[in-house]
Each structure stands twice: as C-alpha cells, then as structure tokens.
Design a protein around this ligand. Structure first.
Ligand SMILES: Nc1ncnc2c1ncn2[C@@H]1O[C@H](COP(=O)(O)OP(=O)(O)OP(=O)(O)O)[C@@H](O)[C@H]1O
Length: 224
C-alpha cells in the first residue's frame, strides 16, 4: 500500500512515493516472485541532502526540512496524546484526527517552496485557511466548559493532559521554524496562522482533558 495517494506530499514519504506507482523508478522495488515490493529507503538522502516537492535538492539542515521535521514531530506528539485520550474515552479525539490530517497539508505546503514551485505544485499543495476558523470554534466551545484561568498552570493533569501540553510545545517549535520561511515568501502565511492557533487549541484541550478526568492541574508557586 502507498503511504499516500500520490496527490500530496507527506513528511513520512519520499518524493518517489509521491508519484503514481507506475512512475516509481524500478530501483525502488525488491522483487519477490511476481510481486514488486516498494522499498522505504532510496539512499538518496545519505549524503545529507534531500528533495523538496518541487524537485530541488537542499541540505538537510535547510529551513524547509527543519520545519517539515517539526510538523512531522508535532503530528507524532498529537498521535501519542490521542492514544491516551482514547483510553480515557474523551469525545474530542475526532478533532485530533482532523488536525493530524491537516498537518499533512501543512507538510505539503512547507515542502513546496514557492521560489521553485510551478503553478501545478501550488495548486496541489494549497493550504485551506478555513481550518484555522474551525480551531477557533473548537477553542471557544472547550473554553466555555472550563473554569476561568486565574493562575499559571504547569503541564500536568493526567497523562492525556500532559501529553497534549507536550504536543503544544512541539507546536510552538514548529511555529518558530515556519516563521522565517513564511517571511521569505517560501510558505503560505496561513500555515503560520494555523500553527499559532493550534498551540492555543492544544493548551485549551489539555486543560479540558484534565478537568474531564477530574485530575488536578499543578499551579505555579514561586519557590521560597
Ligand atoms: N531529516 C529530515 N527531516 C525532515 N524532513 C526530511 C528529512 N530528510 C528528508 N526529509 C524530507 O522528507 C521526505 C522524505 O524523507 P526521506 O527520509 O525519504 O528522504 P531522504 O533521506 O532524502 O531519502 P532516503 O531516506 O530514501 O535516503 C524528503 O523527500 C524530504 O522532503
């Protein structure tokens, strides 16, 4: 099975996987009888360079791959938090599912630097700004069920909540790494806006998880 349907880039996919199966170079396959099995490794990144979706080769420490890696890590952190939340029967996990899918779109947009993108690339990786408004609606609904915030709270409140706080901090790193590539015009500013709102959502939903589980949130106290 293909890691993606060939229509979007995904941080877990090589550009080769982003093409249709019949376009995959033969070297990607190991032969098992009549069945051609795709290999996950191409070895093309072994020398510290990798490809953008536009076909450019850039060093792995390039801002684009830094941001792409952070978006990937963020989705992984949310994935782990989601597992804890599922164990507790939280009703908001569908939101985390949707966010993980949107993060694939974030990755697609980041992996397509505008300076080398053709019209067809831009069309395929266009980011839908509406999703930020969805986040805002979720934040407002969750906040309505929370006690007002009067003190600094520390990441705590049970495993679901603490994992969501960790995801929030990864989100903020992703946002920091996207800032320079948005400023240089390589990435859609709506991606930065989405990440900014997403950290607010993760903060709110972390608190919500703690409250729903009846877990205490640790309050900051100045050390004597
Ligand atoms: N270390 C990395 N951090 C973030 N993004 C990366 C990294 N390495 C590659 N990428 C991006 O993710 C895509 C998939 O990664 P992958 O590991 O398959 O690339 P590669 O290292 O160039 O190839 P290979 O692993 O087959 O040698 C790449 O095409 C590139 O856009």
């Amino acid at each position: 099975m293909w890691p993606c349907d060939g229509l979007v880039t995904c941080p877990g996919c090589t550009p080769a996987f982003q093409t249709k199966p019949d376009q995959i170079p033969v070297t990607l396959y190991a032969t098992e009888g009549d069945q051609r099995v795709p290999k996950i490794y191409t070895k093309t990144g072994d020398k510290g360079f990798s490809s953008t979706f536009t076909g450019e080769r850039r060093p792995k420490e390039d801002n684009i791959f830094e941001a792409l890696g952070n978006a990937d890590e963020l989705s992984s952190a949310i994935g782990l938090a989601r597992e804890f939340c599922l164990d507790k029967g939280h009703t908001f996990t569908y939101q985390l599912d949707k966010i993980q899918c949107i993060l694939q779109d974030v990755g697609s947009n980041i992996a397509t630097p505008r300076s080398s993108a053709r019209e067809s690339h831009l069309k395929r990786t266009k980011f839908n700004a509406q999703v930020t408004a969805d986040l805002e609606a979720w934040i407002d609904n969750l906040t309505g069920e929370l006690p007002p915030l009067t003190k600094f709270i520390l990441p705590s409140g049970g495993k679901s909540s603490a994992a969501l706080h960790l995801a929030r901090t990864v989100c903020r790193r992703a946002e920091r790494s996207v800032a320079p590539i948005v400023r240089s015009g390589e990435v859609d500013p709506d991606v930065a806006k989405f990440l900014n709102r997403l950290s607010d959502y993760l903060f709110t939903v972390a608190r919500y998880a703690a409250v729903k589980e009846g877990k205490e949130e640790k309050i900051y106290k100045k050390s004597e």
